[in-house]
Design a protein. Structure first.
Length: 316
């Protein structure tokens, strides 16, 4: 047979576009946070700057993997709309990826999501269904599920709270990046819980790669809090992907403490970060204070650009 007669399997247009997108997802820098620690400390803190990727937040990782896996297994076809509930960042990530792939996105979002988030989503052409402030992301999830059950042929329901591609995204990317960027020296990983994908996937990978590591999960200290993206699991729906056996320890962070760290990060590290990023850093700083030595890694899910009014108030 002549080589010109060999027929290569053709990839669908969507699969080709997915491949092109992959290089814009993840691979974020690991930044040392040294100015918030006393000079005498033998502990080092490193943070993944997760806004430095397409869509501007950590949620591009799960959004990309959820969409890719659904396309590859035939659940998300070009005649369907992607539907999910989100507190904002996953929605923004879906919208960026969806607009590149030509997939329409419908999102159920609590009405108190920051005005900046809602505007970004509208500008990206997302169909927004606003749900009540009091119902939070739990109600947004119930409404998305109801919409899907009423129109199963119209939507692919991504269901980030129960979709294993969410944590798997971090297992395949965030975890390996941390091992590589710290040359395997990471001793502690600490991060907050929302859908729990970041902590579950990264923690699962790191524990397998380095069994001696300590994994610490963080939650808001109160059911009503200002840490957008985080869940108070005692009083909220527990995401199906949450695995309580992964954390060696669970801790709480107050919104006030996070706000203090927003200010410290700006003054001492020249970083303008979101409340949930600051809460992760607050957890890392408290841990550093208790340790003799160690290499703590956390993630900063997004920067301050979606919280302009709040930061103006905090940083004045
Ligand atoms: C700003 C922010 N921080 C933290 C998280 C929590 O991450 P995960 O959902 O992976 O638990 C989210 C999730 O939406 C978020 O948007």
């Amino acid at each position: 047979m002549k080589s010109s007669e060999i027929v290569q399997p053709t990839k669908s247009t969507l699969e080709k576009k997915l491949q092109q997108l992959e290089s814009s997802i993840g691979n974020t820098p690991l930044r040392e946070i040294s100015n918030l620690l006393p000079d005498s400390s033998n502990v080092r803190i490193f943070a993944k700057l997760e806004w430095k990727q397409l869509g501007g937040s950590v949620k591009s990782r799960p959004a990309f993997h959820i969409i890719r896996d659904a396309i590859l297994n035939g659940q998300l076809t070009s005649d369907k709309e992607l539907l999910d509930a989100s507190s904002g960042n996953t929605g923004i990530a879906y919208a960026h990826i969806g607009s590149r792939l030509g997939i329409p996105v419908t999102l159920c979002l609590p009405e108190n999501a920051s005005p900046e988030r809602k505007q970004i989503l509208r500008d990206l052409g997302t169909n927004l269904i606003l749900t009540s402030r009091d119902g939070g992301t739990d109600e947004a999830q119930e409404i998305a599920e109801k919409l899907y059950n009423e129109n199963p042929d119209r939507y692919y329901y991504a269901d980030q709270y129960n979709n294993k591609s969410n944590w798997n995204a971090h297992y395949l990317s965030t975890g390996p990046e941390i091992m590589e960027q710290t040359y395997g020296q990471v001793t502690h990983f600490i991060a907050g819980l929302g859908t729990t994908g970041t902590f579950t996937g990264t923690g699962r990978f790191l524990k397998e790669a380095k069994p001696g590591i300590r994994l610490i999960s963080l939650q808001p200290d109160l059911p009503l809090h200002g840490l957008e993206g985080w869940k108070h699991l005692e009083t909220a729906h527990i995401p199906g992907i949450y695995d309580p056996s992964i954390a060696d320890e669970n801790r709480e962070v107050s919104t006030e403490n996070a706000y203090e760290v927003v200010k410290l990060a700006k003054d001492l590290e020249q970083l303008e970060i979101s409340p949930s990023s600051a809460a992760n850093l607050a957890g890392a700083l408290k841990l550093a204070d208790e340790l003799e030595e160690g290499v703590i890694v956390t993630v900063l899910p997004d920067d301050g650009s979606k919280y302009i009014d709040l930061l103006k108030e905090l940083l004045k």
